[in-house]
Design a protein around this ligand. Structure first.
Ligand code: F6P
Length: 344
């Protein structure tokens, strides 16, 4: 078989490990040929490819980023995009395309399969862990570890100065990184997009803590967290064609409000793309490898329109269409339990 591979959307640690596993299994177990499309769907439409064989994937297991490059956007953004994708399938004699992507790329993959019959298999990725249908995406655990390490470091400097550190982590629509890194790092409070926060309540918790003689508060805030309606003015930001808003810099907005209400000095730390860069943790390398191996089986089973997923520790399959227009949000019971127990 001839199998194409692309990586789409924001990058994340583990993409190269998936590519390596696909190539190694396809080549050695099935005698397949694998080609990589550069820069996501752009490479499919423009027929920019690279040969993916054992030599091409040597040494990439621990490398962050993606050797194929990645972009946002896809064939539905232009009038002739789908036609160009179909032509590319023909010209490159593709028997299957493995799309390694988040909600956006998997949605495109599912539509191309359903509406045009293209043989596509999905592999869910994103540091945000917000893809419906899988217990976890690779890259997430690495991002949580990076954020946890940062929070640990911030505790000591915050303590020395009796300061409030407001740490902003990624998570536009779901607060998975904030929740997990906040729990692991012993945060004073965690703010997530799923549960609007009250700046007065938050400030009261912080003031109470410091008044009791505790030094250092670390507030972990997901970039998509928002205040309860009418409690704090948030400037409007632009929303792009994919419904993604520009960064609001929420930590920058709330830190001075905390200082105003508590009298304690606050500082902002935006972790940003540090969370997406560098080598994957061993957990993510293993998950990526399992996803890559399973994706090749899915191709050979003609399970097109499906993505490989993790369910209760086992690799399973789920329709890519399950991701369309949906976001996997955090476990609200856990959030409530952690908040009630540790914050206050
Ligand atoms: O890939 C997901 C993500 O990391 C989000 O958490 C974040 O909002 C977004 O990507 C940032 O995207 P970009 O790299 O395009 O600024």
């Amino acid at each position: 078989m001839r199998i194409g591979v692309l990586t789409g959307g924001g990058d994340c640690p583990g993409l190269n490990a998936v590519i390596r596993a696909i190539v190694r299994k396809a080549e050695s177990r099935f005698g397949d040929e694998v080609i990589g499309f550069m820069d996501a769907w752009d490479g499919v439409m423009e027929q920019r490819t690279m040969t993916l064989d054992t030599a091409a994937v040597r040494g990439i297991l621990p490398r962050g980023g993606t050797i194929l490059g990645t972009r946002r956007g896809g064939p539905f953004d232009t009038a002739d995009g789908v036609e160009r994708v179909r032509k590319s399938f023909e010209d490159n004699r593709l028997d299957a395309l493995i799309v390694i992507g988040g909600n956006g790329s998997l949605t495109v993959g599912s539509l191309l399969h359903e509406q045009y019959g293209l043989p596509i298999i999905g592999v869910p990725k994103t540091i945000d862990n917000d893809v419906v249908g899988t217990d976890a995406t690779f890259g997430f655990q690495t991002a949580v570890q990076i954020a946890t390490d940062a929070i640990d470091r911030l505790h000591t400097t915050a303590e020395s100065h009796d300061r409030v550190m407001v740490v902003e982590v990624m998570g536009r629509d779901a607060g998975w990184i904030a929740l997990q890194a906040g729990i692991a790092g012993g945060a004073t409070a965690i703010l997530v997009p799923e549960v609007p926060f009250d700046i007065d309540e938050l400030s009261a918790v912080i003031a109470h803590r410091h008044d009791r003689g505790r030094y250092a508060s670390v507030v972990v805030v997901a970039e998509g967290a928002l205040p309860k309606a009418g409690t704090l003015a948030i400037p409007d930001v632009a929303v792009n064609q994919y419904g993604h808003h520009s960064p609001r810099n929420i930590a920058q907005l709330i830190a001075p409000e905390i200082t105003k209400r508590t009298g304690y000095e606050s500082r902002v730390v935006q972790l940003g793309h540090v969370q997406r860069g560098g080598t994957p943790t061993s957990y993510d390398r293993v998950l990526s490898t399992r996803f890559g191996l399973a994706a090749v089986d899915a191709v050979h089973d003609s399970a097109f329109g499906q993505m490989v997923v993790l369910r209760c520790g086992e690799i399973a399959r789920e329709s890519m269409s399950a991701t369309r227009g949906k976001i996997k949000t955090i476990n609200l019971d856990l959030f409530a339990d952690v908040s009630a127990t540790f914050f206050g």
